[in-house]
Design a protein around this ligand. Structure first.
Ligand code: DUC
Ligand code: ZN
Ligand code: ZN
Length: 453
């Protein structure tokens, strides 16, 4: 063995136990009550928890959006991921019009591969399926790109007919369709109304995309998936009506998955009344307390499947474009380094169990997106491992984050417990506050197709 992580408490999605973990060639090769090998390096994890690295299934790195490009490139974003215990990211590769899906993947992979500090894969954001483009999904699935996101909003979003066609065909391609659900017409109507009334502050970003705007789209998306007989993954679910619709569909036996994000669990729409409210502008926006409570309840009863970040940071100067007009604020916030510490902190405080945090942040995203080598501390899996100190106190400041962004919505938020080491395929990439990994270390993760129907 090359490395033994000794004396820690291993956490999986189903239990916790004291064990040593042995690592060779980037893989977990042994888990036992006591391991020894005079040739192995030893990492003493006495008093610590030993967890699978998190999988952030929703990031937007170096993404052209809102008149600029999100401020973390593939190196900065994955460096920050490593420092928050995230060892795999799924980034959104947005298709260009007329572009076959394999080309979208290759275009973004060429940017990502030389720069990623942790492993990565992609979902493709679909804009155009005319002619042969729809069938090009099959070719991209063969390359290991098996998830495709539909935007119901934005000028590049697709109409319901295209969404339905994608759902229907996803079954024969072995792909999973994901959706950003908000009602575009309502967003446009409400935005015009508030602007015409001179209501331009960040609060009106929320008011033009309130609970029902998202809830209606969630219900519609689920109905389309049911009609198509297809599975559906709802990204960044943030409202109670949508939560209720997911619960009902799951109870009826439909394969509907729901993801939410730490920002919806921690902040409410009140943030848009703050002087720095523009920094919190993302879509969907944070909602009221009733929705936040519904999200936590759904997590506890198992109706939320994954936590991801929607990491899409913009520099302060860019957020400031919208000081007098919320429409000009680029949508998105930083979060890639905060997800796992935040969810584990909630476990540490007894809100959820550690097993639940591992399930939501690692095991479920691996299972849902077909990453067979990831998401678990188990023999044969990649040695993507976080050593977590449950007693460490950590307060988030922009200065102790590892993103290129110059501010964070998590400023001054206290985390109870914190990762002290992150290993990516057995290589130490984060050590006690410092990034020690390298640009280009991250490898593309080829995802398995879903069963063809
Ligand atoms: N929402 C955001 O806030 N940013 C990126 C894309 C999105 O849908
Ligand atoms: Zn989205
Ligand atoms: Zn997103």
């Amino acid at each position: 063995m090359e490395l033994i992580i000794k004396n820690g408490t291993v956490v999986t999605a189903t239990g916790k136990f004291k064990a040593d973990v042995g690592i060779s060639d980037g893989k977990i090769t042994a888990i036992a009550s006591s391991l020894s090998d005079s040739n192995a390096k030893v990492c003493d994890a006495e008093g610590m928890m030993v967890l699978p690295g998190a999988i952030d299934a929703h990031t937007h790195l170096a993404m052209p959006f809102g008149g600029t490009i999100s401020s973390d490139d593939y190196f900065a974003g994955t460096r920050a991921a490593a420092c928050g215990g995230t060892t795999t990211v799924f980034d959104f590769a947005l298709q260009d019009f007329n572009e076959p899906m394999p080309d979208t993947f290759k275009r973004r992979d060429a940017l990502c591969a030389p720069n990623a500090a942790v492993d990565y894969s992609f979902h493709i954001g679909v804009k155009d399926i005319h002619g042969d483009l729809l069938n090009s999904i099959k070719d991209a699935c063969d390359l290991g790109i098996t998830s495709y996101k539909v935007f119901m909003v934005y000028d590049f979003g697709v109409k319901d007919g295209v969404f339905f066609e994608l759902l229907r065909k996803s079954r024969e391609f072995g792909a999973l369709i994901a959706v950003h659900a908000e009602n575009n017409e309502l967003v446009n109507t409400l935005t015009e109304k508030y602007i015409s009334e001179g209501k331009t502050s960040a609060w009106y970003h929320y008011m033009s995309r309130p609970e029902f705007v998202e809830g209606e789209a969630d219900v519609r998306a689920i109905n389309l998936a049911k009609a198509a007989g297809a599975a559906l993954y709802i990204v960044h679910l943030a409202n109670k009506q949508g939560v209720d619709a997911v619960t009902a569909a799951k109870d009826e036996g439909y394969e509907i998955y729901a993801e939410t994000c730490p920002q919806y669990l921690h902040f409410t729409s009140d943030v848009y009344k703050r002087d720095d409210g523009r920094n919190f502008v993302c879509s969907p926006p944070m909602k009221g307390k009733e929705s936040q409570d519904a999200l936590w309840d759904a997590i506890k009863r198992g109706d939320i499947d994954t936590i991801a970040t929607d990491h899409c940071p913009f520099m302060q100067s860019e957020k400031d474009w919208g000081l007098d007009d919320f429409r000009k604020i680029p949508n998105g916030c930083a979060g890639i380094e905060n997800m796992y510490p935040y969810m584990l902190g909630k476990a540490n405080d007894g809100v959820i169990t550690f097993e639940k945090a591992v399930e939501l942040c690692a095991t479920n995203p691996a299972r849902i997106f077909g990453c067979t080598e990831k998401g678990e501390i188990a023999v044969g899996k990649d040695a993507d491992i976080v050593v977590y100190d449950p007693d460490k106190k950590f307060t988030v400041h922009q200065s102790n984050m590892h993103s290129d962004c110059d501010h964070t919505i998590w400023e001054n938020v206290e985390m109870h417990g914190y990762p002290i080491k992150t290993f990516s395929r057995g290589k130490l990439v984060f050590d006690n506050g410092e990034f020690v990994g390298e640009r280009g270390w991250g490898k593309f993760v080829k995802c398995e197709k879903r069963p063809i129907k």
